[in-house]
Write a protein of this length. Sequence first.
Length: 489
Amino acid sequence: MSSRPDGRPPATTTEAGVPVGSDEYSLTAGAGGPVLLQDAYLNEKLAHFVRERIPDRVYHVKGGGAHGYFEVTADVSQWTKAAFLGEVGKRTPLFARFSIVAAEEGAPDTDRDVRGFAVKFYTEEGNYDIVGNNTPVFFVRDPMKFPDFIHSQERLPDTGMRSNNMQWDFWTLSPESAHQVTMLMSDRGTPRSWRHMHGYASSTYLWENAAGQKFWVKYHFKSEQGIQNMTDAESRAARAGDLDAHRRDLWDAIARQDYPAWRLEMQIMPFEDAASYRFNPFDLTKVWPQRDYPPIPVGRMVLDRNPENFFAQVTQVAFEVSNMVPGIGPSPDRMVLGRMFAYGDSARYRIGPNYDQLPVNRPVTDVHNYNKDGPMQYEHTGSQPVYAPNSYGGPRADPERYADPGWFAVGAEIARTAYEEHKDDDDFIQAGTLYRDVMTPEDRDHLAGNIVWHLSQGVERFIQERAVHDYWAKVDPDLGARVARGLGL
């Protein structure tokens, strides 16, 4: 918006650019008469007002974000041919969004929950989206259970209330959740700010170099601000003080030029290792031990510009797991493969089929394909052909240069099965290791106390008993005994 040459503000107009007579008064039949139907600006204003909202995300609703850049700090050409990673010092613009998973837009963003950590890289080969969390694992390993998990964290169908009983019923019947729930119930579940937490793509992905060699990889964004968490009591106090504490913290830090940064480190597994590794490396409920695959620093993400408009950029930004550039591909991780459809479909429903034409989602590269029309179509191909193959110079795929990276599934029968187990595929091993070998005594005290408090909020006795005997005691006997004592079992 710009002022006129005489310094006065611009004239108010309709959406069609027609100047209007008043910002305050409707057109009426005399000073005391009725509003007239012919008041076109009033009609347009009211009609647009009741259409200001679009459907919320089903989860990760409340969040915030910022613009920034990614800078390559190490040569990774031996592992991937992705162009935006191709040269030390190269910078790629990006947009990052952080969020809380289960809460609605008006809820406190400091509550105990996993935090979303999503990054859109605007590369010269198209958009590359990394969609993850502030934890390296997740609650489930098969997408069939994902909607059920989200439903268990949201609201009951009859009362419209959130229910700890519903959460614990799902978790204790889903032992694969133990590793993630251990993190969630620790102080990691209440980060002090988005700036003071790590981010992870969590799932395993495929990298491929120019020679066609393939590697399995995991992404770790390490906060350069350091990790800072809140205790359960501090989190509840923050909720009372400011419902938007995390959103405000990010905005204020960037506004004062205290730009938050994260160091990208990669765990890289030789392609052949996966088949014989001691547990399934594609299981999203597991981490790869760093003694086996030490993280390798490769780059740095910096956020240095706040959004110009929250709705246009933070609300309407759409991240797609399926947005991968040449040199990067999916793995056999079932959650990756399920999310590759769901995220794009969510954006088509929420925003419309042409959501990628919005500035925050638009790639910096030209788009050439045979999709056409639909609501809010803006970019178009004129008279170019709308079908393939054609004889008139339309875009043509190049399977030699841009073959899809993948893997072989030889002799596999189509079936609905669990993952084939490796020797260490146990749902409680890594959660127990986290409790015994990673957490400090204070961390263990907080974890036990947080679990007891959470299980005491309306959770039925038989589910409490299951949580102790079939869940936490299997994570670690000491932890199970402490939770039992706290619940009076």
